[in-house]
Ligand binder design. Structure first.
Ligand SMILES: Nc1nc2c(ncn2[C@@H]2O[C@H](COP(=O)(O)OP(=O)(O)OP(=O)(O)O)[C@@H](O)[C@H]2O)c(=O)[nH]1
Ligand SMILES: [Zn+2]
Length: 382
């Protein structure tokens, strides 16, 4: 586990729109499908593969786990025809095998370029999607051929609350999990889209409660109710959740503050809005963000023993005071990326004020507000 974390932010990392012309158009979107054991992930993939959507989809069934020393199956769906392939995964410690096998799987897939135009990756039910997201979101080697479209978390409507209250122990090797956040909670917190599946198994009252609790953890994800994971394919593929413009829209509709819910994990969403029309010194904001993401503390608390605030996911939009550019922020755990919005946003993108949203553990809004004010000179609206 002691790999050196890649903490370097990628400044103005190219998005699909603004780089090297035609080559970028060849990038293949990848959607990560996660969710606890038996929630309906495979059912979802089968549903997608059986629909007529004109896409040729490659599926990676990812059994990344402690014992990933066996061959794994890969299915490449081509219309009605499916091509299967076996991938050999290397032995090694978990983090290395995840990285190696993930990269290898994609490289192998790339050799079949032209045979497919979308990749779906199903994680195991017991996986923290964080490290897997890191591989496909930020990996430099893969960055030129693949981009992460979104993280979809399938939740078992009947059991998800139970899973969210499980002790923060690795379900496979029984070791304590980092920061006391269990796997099911991580999966919900990192979702761009939650499919609340198996809604046939609960009544309306229970559904309201479940949706409330999921919204408490992650208020920046959309939620779609499903049975047998049936959902129109256009609602789950090509949603471009990491795109700055899309984030702007998402932040307008979603991402209210949520009070820490009933669940013991104490993971919730905090939203900080800047005054309308204001701009921010990027350097100041970024310096603050780095300390917060990497030290799990606010800059003024770094050397104190206050309870850490652990960020699992962050998103934002702000106007840079120096360049007057609109910039989007995306973060997954310690990694973040700042990318410019196109100068002429497309229809439906209606920016009026800066906003940063954090999903994490132990977030104290009052302290976040004053800390951010101290760092940027701008006071978020309460
Ligand atoms: N009642 C009900 N059962 C469902 C629904 N969706 C899926 N199932 C069943 O739930 C079981 C688990 O579904 P899978 O799609 O294999 O779940 P998974 O998330 O891929 O499971 P793992 O890979 O083992 O974590 C299967 O028997 C499905 O038929 C649903 O909406 N309602
Ligand atoms: Zn499955």
């Amino acid at each position: 586990m002691e790999e050196i974390p890649s903490l370097l932010p990628i400044y103005n990392a190219p998005t699909l729109k603004d780089e090297e012309g035609d080559k970028s158009l060849e990038k293949i979107p990848l959607t990560i499908v996660t969710g606890y054991l038996g929630s309906g992930k495979t059912t979802l993939l089968n549903h997608i593969l059986s629909e007529h959507h004109g896409k040729r989809i490659a599926v990676i069934l990812n059994e990344f786990g402690a014992s990933s020393d066996i061959e794994k199956r890969m299915t490449v769906g081509q219309g009605d025809e499916q091509v299967e392939e076996w991938l050999e995964l290397k032995n090694g410690c978990l983090c290395c095998s995840v990285k190696d096998s993930g990269v290898k799987a994609i490289e192998n897939l790339m050799q079949k370029r032209g045979k497919f135009d979308y990749i779906l990756l199903e994680t195991t039910g017991l996986a923290d999607p964080g490290p897997i997201i890191d591989i496909f979101w930020m990996d430099d080697d893969l960055g030129s051929s693949v981009y992460l479209d979104a993280v979809i978390t399938v939740a078992d409507a009947k059991h998800v609350l139970e899973y969210l209250t499980e002790a923060p122990i690795d379900p496979e090797d029984k070791t304590p999990l980092e920061n006391g956040i269990n796997i099911a909670t991580r999966q919900i917190a990192l979702a761009d889209l939650i499919l609340l599946n198996k809604t046939d198994l609960i009544d309306q009252e229970r559904r309201t409660l479940v949706e409330q609790e999921l919204g408490t953890i992650n208020d920046s994800a959309s939620l779609i109710r499903t049975e047998r994971s049936i959902v129109p394919v256009h609602k789950i593929l090509d949603i471009k959740a990491f795109d700055a413009e899309v984030t702007t829209k998402v932040l307008e509709i979603h991402a209210k503050d949520t009070q820490s819910g009933q669940l013991p994990t104490n993971v919730h969403t905090i939203s900080l809005s800047f005054p309308k029309g204001s701009s921010i010194q990027r350097k100041a904001l970024e310096g603050w963000l780095q300390t917060f993401l990497w030290e799990h503390r606010l800059p003024e608390d770094v050397d104190s023993d206050v309870e850490p605030m652990v960020i699992l996911r962050s998103k934002g939009i702000f106007r840079d005071a120096e360049t007057d550019e609109l910039l989007g922020i995306q973060g997954v755990h310690e990694l973040y990326e700042i990318t410019p919005l196109p100068p002429h946003p497309t229809k439906g993108v209606n920016w009026s004020q800066g906003k940063v949203v954090f999903i994490g553990k132990g977030l104290d809004k009052g302290r976040l507000v004053s800390s951010l004010e101290k760092a940027t000179g701008l006071s978020p609206i309460q």
